[in-house]
Each structure stands twice: as structure tokens, then as C-alpha cells.
Design a protein around this ligand. Structure first.
Ligand SMILES: NC(=O)c1ccc[n+]([C@@H]2O[C@H](COP(=O)([O-])OP(=O)(O)OC[C@H]3O[C@@H](n4cnc5c(N)ncnc54)[C@H](O)[C@@H]3O)[C@@H](O)[C@H]2O)c1
Ligand SMILES: O=C(O)[C@H](O)[C@H](O)COP(=O)(O)O
Length: 383
């Protein structure tokens, strides 16, 4: 009889037992404190971004066949070391792209309300046009914004894709960053926004970072704020998490503890994607579906009358019904005021948040394309 494969799974993977218990034995571990001894028996290692997957962690794992991360980003994985060891690995590409798009749009609407502008008057730059960036191109375009796309990596790989220049990005009213963290090389993203570039932004520029903290030089951002340069900055990610630069806090429009992708769907889809990858590797049928595990939404569906006008105010109300970034910002400030060490606690105890993709909207054919592009689960009345 062959032994069951042994899965070591980081404790923050949602629905891990539901997906993996039929595939083998499961042991759970904590990402920030795990040691090489804890996981020495692993055949398969499944993590999220807080586990640093490198030689220090893996040198005792002699049976290890595969590492999966239930996240979109993978800069916590030492891919060169895994290649040397001949261990395959994979991220959960796109798992939380809708959640991050919701986060950015909620930021946009709530800032528009606070400062009294129309979102569609803003010229938006999407920096990094992958899973998240592509969704945001659709969403901002559906709202009537002029959108430019900056992604020189795609421009090199795809003849049909034309990238804006970084000079064009710096001139926009609203800049939102969705690149991977790349430390060096032609397309490095380390400190993509440093003091020199931050000072080139127009006063009142909205700048959102929901990718990796190191994409903006945090110490220089504080200096820029202190110099009186008025930027409207939203940060979900910070350099040196969980020990972040607290001097940033008073200057931020919205600050959150790296939860832009933490919708229930986004986290659980990460686990589901790894389950599907494992089924393929083990040549087993895919029997479990996330859709059957998710709880019902509090407000499950809405029917829009033919006369519904998509005004900014009405859309903001719908958006905030599903996700309102101001609540997360408040929890973040209150949590950090009590103790600067709260960053990880806030993430661990993050309340269940749903996505626009789970709110079913029924509308007529004139509204259908807009609501679909905005990310709702849209269907036609009488369709
Ligand atoms: N805050 C969160 O909770 C959260 C959630 C999901 C993803 N992320 C981060 O966001 C990143 C993007 O996520 P995604 O799912 O869209 O990934 P993705 O890989 O689908 O897209 C990334 C895009 O960035 C482009 N890119 C790479 N280097 C670039 C550069 N120097 N300049 C401009 N573009 C560049 C790539 O060509 C690609 O199109 C992830 O790598 C992850 O680090 C954060
Ligand atoms: O890259 C990602 O997918 C996100 O940054 C992800 O939300 C990180 O979340 P964590 O694994 O730290 O819970």
C-alpha cells in the first residue's frame, strides 16, 4: 500500500480541509513562525505570502515535490532555489484580482465623494496591466474615465499591446499600481515611485499602491508629504510589513493592512486553484467546487428598473453595499493606535468581505454591458 501524500498547509488557507482532506494527510503551520523542522515531512507545501519559501525553510524537506502559493504575488518564493532542487511550484494566478479591483474602485468613489469630483473627469493610469490591471481598465472605462495602460513587459511580449510611457503616467490624475515586486533588472519595480518621481506628480494626484510595499519608497513618501506636496495616497501594502513606517499614517487618505485581496472569494479561490493543480498532478478528478462551499450573500441579488440611471452617487451606494474601504481604514487606524504590532492581528481577524462578482444584478440590455464591465454578476431581466 502506498503512503498517503503529506500536505503541509499554512494556517491562513481558507477551506483547506474541505479541498484537500480527500487527497492526503494534512498538517497546518503558521507562516511567520514556521521552521525547517516543522515541515520536514512535507510532500506538498501550500502557503500564502507570509511563508518565506527558501533554502532556510526547505533544506530538511527531502521528499518535497511541489510548492503552491494561494496568492497572486510570489516574491516570497525563492524560485532559483526551487529550480536547483528540481521542485516545481505555482501561484494561484488571478485568484483575488476582482477583490483588488473592488478595493481600488471603492477608494475612487469614496475619494470622489469626499473631495466632490466626478470620477469620469479623471485621467487614470493603470501601472501593470495583468489580471488586476485588465479588470481595472474595464471598470474605469465603463465609468467613463480616460485610461492609459503602462506595462512595458507586455509591450515586449505582445505585438498588439502598446504601453504608455512612465512620463505619461506621472501626468495622470489617478495612478493605481498592480505590478509584481521585482528587485532588479530592466523592469524592476523596486522603488518605482521614489522622491524624484513623487515630486513630479501634480498636487492632488491620487496614488494607490495595492501590490507590494517596496514599489513606493516609504521613507521618501513621508519626506514628500512633510515637504507639503499634497498627494492623495491610498496604501494597502507597506515596506517592511508587519513593522510598517507609522509616520505615513496621518498623511494617508486610506490605509489598510494588506487586505485588498482578502475577499472571501479571493482567498478561497486561491485554495481552489491549488486544489485543481494538485488534482491534475495526482491525476484525480476535480470533485470539489468553491461555488458549493461559499455561504449566501446577505443581499443576494438586485433587480434594476429600466429607469435606473447609473449616476456616480447610485453606483457608489451599490459599491459600498458590497465593500466600503472606509471601514477597513477606520479599523486600521484604531488598531495601530492601540498597538503598532496590530498589523498581523488585523489581517488574521479580518471580517468576511464579499465581492461585486457575487452580487447578482438583473437589468435591461442598456445597462447590461456597463454592469458587467464594472464586475457585477449581471444577467438580463427576462433573459
Ligand atoms: N494587496 C493585495 O492583497 C494583493 C492582491 C493580489 C495581488 N497583489 C500584488 O499585485 C501584483 C499584481 O497582481 P496580478 O494578479 O495583476 O498579477 P499579474 O502577473 O497578472 O500582472 C502583473 C502585470 O505587471 C506587469 N509588469 C511587470 N513588471 C512591470 C513593470 N516594471 N512595469 C509595468 N508593468 C510591469 C506584468 O507584465 C503583468 O502584466 C502581484 O504580483 C502581487 O504582488 C496584491
Ligand atoms: O499576492 C497576493 O495574492 C496578495 O498579496 C495576498 O492577498 C496576500 O495575502 P496573504 O497571503 O498575506 O494573506
Amino acid at each position: 500500500m502506498t503512503a498517503q501524500p503529506h500536505f503541509f498547509i499554512e494556517d491562513s488557507l481558507l477551506y483547506a480541509e474541505a479541498f484537500f482532506s480527500s487527497l492526503g494527510k494534512i498538517s497546518r503551520f503558521s507562516g511567520r513562525t514556521v521552521t525547517a523542522d516543522d515541515i520536514a515531512d512535507a510532500d506538498y507545501l501550500l502557503t500564502r505570502s507570509t511563508t518565506k519559501v527558501n533554502e532556510k525553510l526547505l533544506h530538511k524537506c527531502h521528499k518535497l515535490k511541489f510548492v503552491g502559493t494561494a496568492t497572486a504575488g510570489y516574491n516570497h518564493i525563492d524560485a532559483d532555489y526551487l529550480a536547483q532542487r528540481n521542485v516545481e511550484w505555482a501561484p494561484a494566478a488571478g485568484c483575488n484580482a476582482d477583490a483588488v479591483a473592488d478595493y481600488v474602485i471603492s477608494s475612487g468613489f469614496n475619494l470622489a465623494n469626499k473631495y466632490g469630483f466626478d470620477l469620469n473627469s479623471k485621467k487614470v493610469a493603470i501601472v501593470g496591466v495583468g489580471q488586476i490591471g485588465k479588470r481595472l481598465v474595464k471598470r474605469f472605462s465603463a465609468l467613463g474615465c480616460e485610461v492609459i495602460q503602462f506595462d512595458p513587459v507586455r509591450a515586449q511580449l505582445e505585438s498588439a499591446f502598446e504601453s504608455a510611457t512612465f512620463e505619461q503616467v506621472l501626468k495622470c490624475d489617478f495612478i493605481t499600481c498592480h505590478v509584481p515586486y521585482v528587485h532588479s533588472g530592466e523592469h524592476k519595480t523596486h522603488h518605482m515611485f521614489d522622491k524624484q518621481r513623487l515630486l513630479q506628480l501634480k498636487p492632488e494626484t491620487i496614488l494607490i499602491n495595492a501590490c507590494r510595499g517596496e514599489v513606493i519608497n516609504n521613507a521618501e513618501l513621508v519626506e514628500v508629504f512633510q515637504s507639503g506636496h499634497e498627494l492623495r495616497v491610498v496604501l494597502d501594502v507597506f515596506e517592511n510589513e508587519p513593522n510598517i513606517n507609522m509616520a505615513l499614517l496621518p498623511f494617508l487618505e486610506f490605509g489598510t493592512p494588506h487586505i485588498a485581496g482578502h475577499s472571501l472569494e479571493g482567498k478561497a479561490r486561491g485554495t481552489e486553484i491549488l486544489y485543481q493543480i494538485m488534482c491534475e498532478r495526482l491525476e484525480l478528478p476535480v470533485e470539489i467546487k468553491l461555488q458549493d462551499l461559499l455561504p449566501a450573500m446577505a443581499v443576494d441579488h438586485m433587480v434594476l428598473t429600466e429607469k435606473y440611471q447609473l449616476s456616480q452617487r447610485q453606483f457608489r451606494a451599490l459599491m459600498n453595499l458590497v465593500y466600503d474601504i472606509r471601514n477597513d481604514d477606520l479599523d486600521f487606524r484604531m488598531g495601530l493606535a492601540k498597538s503598532p504590532e496590530s498589523f498581523d492581528r488585523l489581517r488574521r481577524n479580518y471580517s468576511i468581505r464579499r465581492e461585486l462578482t457575487s452580487l447578482k444584478i438583473q437589468c435591461d440590455e442598456t445597462l447590461y454591458p456597463t454592469f458587467t464591465n464594472l464586475g457585477f454578476n449581471t444577467s438580463l431581466i427576462n433573459g
